[in-house]
Design a protein around this ligand. Structure first.
Ligand code: ZN
Ligand code: ZN
Length: 267
């Protein structure tokens, strides 16, 4: 097992377990390296709309860093990286940079969980899908993903087709949309994450779909690997399946990061 670069902590308010339990689960599963990447504070919402059950508060970020540093020391030389999962919000790049530059993250995951302020991956707001023509919604999602890639703020694009989470898919062929997006991603140099959480939700398949991943392979886009664990027993979850998918598409390695510098590890 290579790496799990998408692990949350209970600091986000909706994950459980001690950080030590996540590390021990990773060691037990034979992961060569892991990274914590908890949710960034909700900088994109005004203070009164920031939900403590979704992300830590801004003043808690330095404590998060201290906790990761402590765990790194405790388990040295086992490699534990200091990452963050950062929401991308078009037009708020400056606010995001202001947070990111305060910390020495090994890597930054770029995510889209909101479109026009709507938390489309939150089951509480699932009704929102009714308001959309699904093809237009997918177009907006993938255009935003392309902008996230081009922003240069991220090392890895997390769960690249999260918009499929609840199983809503347009009837129209979305391959041309993938094609257009992956071209932008390839030009930006950012990695794409293979995220197994898609198997635990109605979508029932890894993020991204095999079709998207094949196009990534064609354009030589590097990949990362993550479970999106919110519980210790989800660390490395379904990685055999993820690695089989990667190999089937032609990948032989995944990216790792130290102080934002990329290296590759064989799978
Ligand atoms: Zn979460
Ligand atoms: Zn996410």
């Amino acid at each position: 097992m290579p790496v799990d670069y998408h692990i949350h902590t209970r600091m986000c308010g909706h994950a459980v377990g001690e950080m030590e339990e996540y590390v021990e689960a990773a060691i037990k599963k034979g992961l060569r390296e892991i990274g914590f990447a908890d949710h960034i504070p909700m900088y994109f919402f005004p203070l009164e709309k920031r939900d403590p059950s979704i992300a830590m508060r801004e003043e808690e970020l330095s404590y998060y860093m201290e906790r990761v540093r402590e765990i790194q020391k405790k388990y040295y030389p086992y490699p534990i990286k200091f990452g963050i999962e950062a929401d991308y919000t078009p037009g708020m790049e400056g606010e995001l940079v202001a947070i990111l530059e305060k910390y020495d993250f090994d890597y930054v995951l770029g995510s889209i969980h909101y479109l026009e302020g709507w938390g489309f991956d939150n089951s509480r707001y699932k009704d929102g899908y009714d308001r959309w023509d699904l093809y237009e919604l997918y177009e907006l999602y993938f255009t935003t993903l392309g902008r996230a890639a081009k922003s240069g703020l991220f090392d890895i694009l997390a769960h690249p087709d999260l918009i499929k989470k609840f199983g809503f898919k347009p009837a129209k062929d979305i391959i041309p949309l993938y094609e257009k997006t992956v071209k932008i991603i390839a030009g930006s140099g950012v990695c794409v994450e293979i995220n197994t959480a898609g198997l635990r939700v109605p979508a029932g398949e890894i993020y991204p779909s095999p079709g998207f991943l094949e196009i990534c392979r064609g354009y030589g886009v590097p990949v990362s690997l993550g479970s999106d664990a919110h519980k210790p027993d989800q660390v490395g979850c379904n990685f055999t399946e993820a690695i089989n998918l990667l190999k089937a598409v032609g990948y032989r390695e995944v990216a790792t990061f130290t102080g934002k510098k990329k290296k590759f590890l064989g799978i």
